[in-house]
Design a protein around this ligand. Structure first.
Ligand code: SF4
Length: 362
């Protein structure tokens, strides 16, 4: 059974709202999109904050706002520039969608206010629509994401086992909506987000300093970390073999098609298959680096192997890029880091050392 809006918390919601809002106004982190609020800044920050922590977003946000200060400038910016500004934040579909959203708004000529209209725009789901319209226009609609589910499950000590986060968000949405105050809904939503990010942490919540601890049933039970109860899918593991092929001062990179879904316009080190090798034979080339990363529920191990430094040939979809131009093209964040690490081999050993694997990196 889901959390019904008839819980004791609902009966005391006015006191709950006041405690939460008082704490937020006094203790919130001073973030640029909060201190100088604008619709555009709210939208950009919400896109950047999807799957990414505040401290990571901060420098990107400042740089973005200086370069592309409004919807019109963004709508007119070439996609390569947009991706370059996003480089390092990951999940590049967000940057492309932000550009599409700006073009859609400019074409509409009028900014919509209804959450339903925002949900029809590129890259905007229920959470972002609620965040943008409540913060920018005061529309009374509650934000519900993983952080807010966690707070609500703990406040109500709801022991339901949910299939996944989406099912839990759906179940808690009525309670989140019921807890909204009649004014300052944007601040209330941001206060809930702030509480989830800084106090009601996934592990070891800081209950002793929580502004709403007197409303919290899980705290009274002494077991807040046990909520919410979510089913978890086992992560899928996979391996990717990549090739470092450097010749004549150029590096071979794969350039994703500008219309592709995942990495449009971005460059990466090519996979073995992309240079015409089987992963098995490529894995026998000297190993330069092995990297692990998680993307959604996938655990990916990527190994980078040095191809002999023979002169390059033309291969469809691959570009020979002068090493001196690497900084001026858009490269996906992890790949830029890996490329820098390999290039950090002392110049007197390069490129032969990199190609022969005489010096290896981890
Ligand atoms: Fe979360 Fe603890 Fe506050 Fe309850 S008292 S809402 S568990 S931080």
């Amino acid at each position: 059974m889901g959390p019904l809006p008839s819980s004791p918390l609902v009966a005391r919601r006015k006191a709950f709202q006041a405690a939460l809002l008082g704490w937020y106004r006094a203790e919130r982190r001073r973030l640029p999109w909060r201190e100088k609020p604008s619709l555009y800044g709210t939208v950009v920050s919400e896109f950047m904050l999807q799957q990414t922590q505040v401290k990571t977003v901060l420098p990107f946000f400042e740089r973005w706002m200086a370069a592309l200060p409004d919807f019109r400038t963004l709508a007119e910016a070439p996609e390569g520039r947009v991706l370059k500004l996003w480089e390092g934040l990951g999940y590049y579909a967000r940057a492309r969608n932000l550009g599409k959203l700006a073009r859609a708004l400019v074409a509409m000529g009028e900014i919509p206010r209804a959450p339903e209209a925002w949900r029809a725009l590129p890259g905007v789901g229920p959470y972002t629509a609620a965040a943008v319209t409540s913060i920018a226009f005061g529309v009374p609609v509650a934000c519900v994401d993983g952080n807010i589910v966690r707070i609500l499950a703990r406040l109500t000590a709801n022991g339901t086992k949910f299939r996944d986060g989406a099912a839990a968000a759906k179940a808690f949405a009525p309670l989140a909506q019921t807890l909204l105050p009649s004014s300052a809904v944007g601040d209330h939503n941001q206060a809930m987000m702030e509480l989830g990010a800084t106090v009601c942490l996934r592990q070891n919540p800081l209950c002793a300093s929580c502004p709403v601890r007197r409303f919290c049933a899980a705290r009274r039970l002494g077991a807040p970390s046990g909520f919410p109860r979510l089913g978890r899918r086992a992560p899928s593991r996979c391996a990717v073999v990549r090739i470092w092929w450097e010749s004549g001062g150029k590096l071979l990179l794969h350039g994703a098609s500008p219309s592709g879904r995942r990495l449009a316009g971005l460059h990466e080190l090519p996979t073995a298959e992309q240079v015409g090798l089987s992963p098995g034979s490529a894995a026998r080339l000297p190993l330069l680096a092995r990297k692990r990363r998680n993307i959604t529920r996938f655990q990916i191990t990527e190994s980078i192997h040095a191809h002999p430094a023979v002169p390059g040939r033309r291969i469809d979809g691959l570009v020979w890029t002068p090493l001196s131009r690497l900084d001026s093209i858009a490269i996906s964040g992890p790949h830029r880091k890996w490329i820098r690490e390999v290039l950090a081999i002392p110049p007197k050993q390069a490129p032969e050392a990199r190609s022969s694997g005489l010096r290896r990196i981890r």
